[in-house]
Design a protein around this ligand. Structure first.
Ligand SMILES: [Zn+2]
Length: 273
């Protein structure tokens, strides 16, 4: 592919094209097609990996993924991202419609503008510029560039990056380094690059009580205050102090603690959080 035939991509235009597609997890609605077209024009070999789980619905709905690579030599520098977005909530509470991608006073508004259609578009645009400015052949590039884009990051994340990586690894595909396009700026663009990623440990705690009438509390055991104290202790527990460049790990209770209630005059029999 000659240098002259490399299209230079405008990051704002590509971001707007992507935002205008309502790809709320697990829906793709053509978002991967937009990227595939652009990357193919830049000389990438694109491959779609579509996965789903048992039943093909809910957490196991069909998911579109894209792996695109330009060049065959190593090292292979990969950009990892996702085209799915979280739901908009009430659209009337937005200052502009979430999928219109309106630009006002030099700011682009829309669902996914930051997380992370904007990040994908910026990288695609940067790659197009590098290629057009003279690194268009593999030898000059000194390796390969690739994209691993999933449509299942904001949801259950069962049939996205993890399955793509497993598939590629089984085939012997090597990714030497990876840049994740998640937004990390704190005050202004580019002021922070994250050098790590926290993991997670998820668990359920069930506290059993003894059901009884509220008029006779001495005959009942209410599990709600027990689990409340437990949550407080866990939230106050210091896991570590972090280190320069990465914040401390934290323990976070779920957004809500559910108490399974009997009639309102009764104590709950158990609480779960
Ligand atoms: Zn994200």
């Amino acid at each position: 592919m000659s240098r002259a035939s490399i299209p230079v991509i405008d990051p704002v235009e590509l971001t707007r094209d992507l935002i205008r597609i309502p790809s709320v997890t697990p829906a793709d609605e053509g978002a991967m097609d937009v990227l595939e077209r652009r990357l193919t024009a830049l000389g990438f070999t694109c491959r779609r990996l579509t996965f789903e789980g048992p039943g093909g619905t809910g957490d196991h709905a069909r998911i579109e993924n894209l792996y695109a690579r330009r060049g065959t030599a190593g090292p292979n520098l990969c950009f990892a991202g996702h085209t799915d977005v979280v739901p908009t909530g009430p659209a009337e509470q937005w200052s502009s419609q979430p999928f219109e991608a309106e630009v006002r006073d030099g700011v682009l508004y829309g669902r996914g503008a930051v997380d992370m259609k904007g990040g994908i578009a910026a990288w695609v645009a940067a790659v197009s510029r590098v290629l057009a400015e003279g690194e268009a052949d593999d030898a000059a590039l000194g390796g390969s560039l690739s994209f691993l884009i999933t449509g299942d990051e904001e949801g259950p994340a069962l049939h996205g990056t993890k399955r793509v990586v497993e598939t590629l690894a089984a085939e012997g595909e090597v990714i030497d380094a990876c840049v994740v396009g998640e937004p990390s700026s704190s005050q202004h663009l580019g002021d922070m690059i994250k050098v790590g990623r926290r993991g997670s440990l998820n668990s359920w705690i069930t506290v059993h009580g003894k059901q009884g009438h509220v008029a006779y509390p001495e005959r009942a055991a209410n599990p709600a205050p027990v689990i409340a104290r437990l949550m407080t202790r866990l939230n106050d527990h210091v896991l570590d102090d972090g280190y320069e460049g990465f914040p401390p790990r934290t323990w976070r209770s779920p957004p809500s603690t559910s108490a399974i209630r009997r009639p309102t005059s009764s104590r709950p029999r158990r609480a779960r959080g």
